[in-house]
Design a protein around this ligand. Structure first.
Ligand SMILES: Cc1ncc(COP(=O)(O)O)c(C=O)c1O
Length: 362
């Protein structure tokens, strides 16, 4: 079987050029006579790999020296707990704000509730089935919060912030797992950014954390693995890091640079998302439940006006090499994830299939 078009929400499609490079270097990484997988993380060659990954991320995202970059394990889910653990100094007296825009932000808040005695919901669209992002005017932010937390893109519901909330002096903490590097973002607006790699950055197993230095070391009593400051002091090598995942991530970042950087990728993402939403909006057969202004460029959920045809759509699309289009179990229908590495040909194949399916069954 050749390559399919993979619309998975994560782990997700990777650039073919990266997979080919990994294949070519599999048995002998740059004359070392071994695979990166077999290499000591303390070796000179490996230090080159991890330093390259960090410097590429800094240059692509414009991360200043006021921030540290970490490559950790435990996924974004561990960050749901690490962020509150590290930022809090008084669990009884302090509180944090959470903007609820979907399942992931709810999960993040649930973890924070185990650490803080009080959490405030600064805004929520749960009553509306998370079909939109709250407007700036709807945010009820507490100026005394230790931080405010947001999920920049809601992988399951397919909504995305089109703006960065202004939290004043309160550090903004963002889960960017499903849209990091997909659009130009001013990192200086954030106190802490985290993202599991397995959507836009690389394979699963590594989590990127970008933290403003003044937010490190507030809590001296944390186990070292959970302490940002301790991780920074050892440059993410407090223990053996996920070496191979970081190596692939570095190559994905090279690939992003070759696509014109984040700005170039963003234009492509806009174009691709417009193609799919265009088909949905032009038809009475496909529907997207979300408010137009809140739509995600990364994850596009859609349903059929004849829901009894959903299984047929999925079976036929799979047969046509358009994989993993099934919607999340909590939403149903279909979901097309168009992460950075989705080629234009994949989007065109999906669009052609949707038009043809409607012609045959609509
Ligand atoms: C927005 C968001 N946050 C968090 C997670 C959980 O990430 P992980 O599996 O890396 O813990 C996901 C996974 O899909 C996600 O989409």
């Amino acid at each position: 079987m050749g390559r399919v078009y993979n619309f998975s929400a994560g782990p997700a499609v990777l650039p073919v050029a990266v997979l080919e490079r990994a294949r070519d270097e599999m048995l002998d990484y740059q004359g070392s006579g071994m695979s990166v997988m077999e290499m000591s993380h303390r070796s000179k060659k490996y230090l080159g790999i991890i330093q390259h990954a960090e410097s590429m991320l800094r240059s692509l995202m414009g991360i200043s020296d006021a921030y540290d970059v970490l490559f950790l394990q435990g996924g974004a889910t561990l960050q749901f707990a690490m962020a509150p653990m590290n930022l809090i100094t008084d669990p009884k007296g302090q509180t944090a704000d959470y903007i609820l825009t979907g399942s992931w932000s709810k999960k993040a808040m649930k973890e924070a509730k185990k650490i803080f005695s009080q959490i405030r919901v600064a805004a929520s669209t749960e009553d509306e089935g998370f079909t939109r992002i709250p407007t700036r005017g709807e945010l009820r932010l507490n100026p005394d919060a230790v931080y405010a937390h947001m999920t920049t893109n809601n992988t399951i519901y397919g909504t995305e912030f089109q703006y960065t909330p202004d939290t004043g002096k309160v550090p903004l903490v963002a889960d960017m797992s499903s849209n990091i590097l997909s659009r130009v973002v001013d990192v200086n607006r954030f106190g802490l950014i985290y993202a599991g790699a397995q959507k836009n950055l690389g394979p699963s197993g590594v989590t990127v954390v970008i933290i403003r230095k003044d937010l490190e070391g507030r809590n001296a009593n944390l186990p070292v693995m959970l302490d940002y400051k301790a991780q920074v002091a050892e440059q993410s090598m407090l223990n053996t890091p996920p070496t191979y995942a970081i190596y692939i991530l570095g190559m994905v970042l090279d690939w992003v640079r070759d696509q014109g950087g984040v700005a170039g990728i963003e234009q492509r993402n806009i174009r691709q998302a417009e193609r799919v939403y265009g088909v949905i909006d032009a038809s009475g057969f496909y529907q997207c439940p979300n408010q137009k202004e809140s739509r995600s460029r990364m994850n596009i959920p859609f349903t059929l006006s004849k829901p009894e045809l959903t299984d047929t759509f999925l079976a036929e699309s799979t047969k046509a090499g358009l994989m993993t289009l099934k919607g999340h179990r909590s939403v149903g229908g279909m979901r097309a994830s168009l992460y950075n590495a989705m080629p234009d040909e994949g989007v065109e194949a999906l669009v052609a299939f949707m038009v043809d399916f409607e012609r045959r069954y609509g």
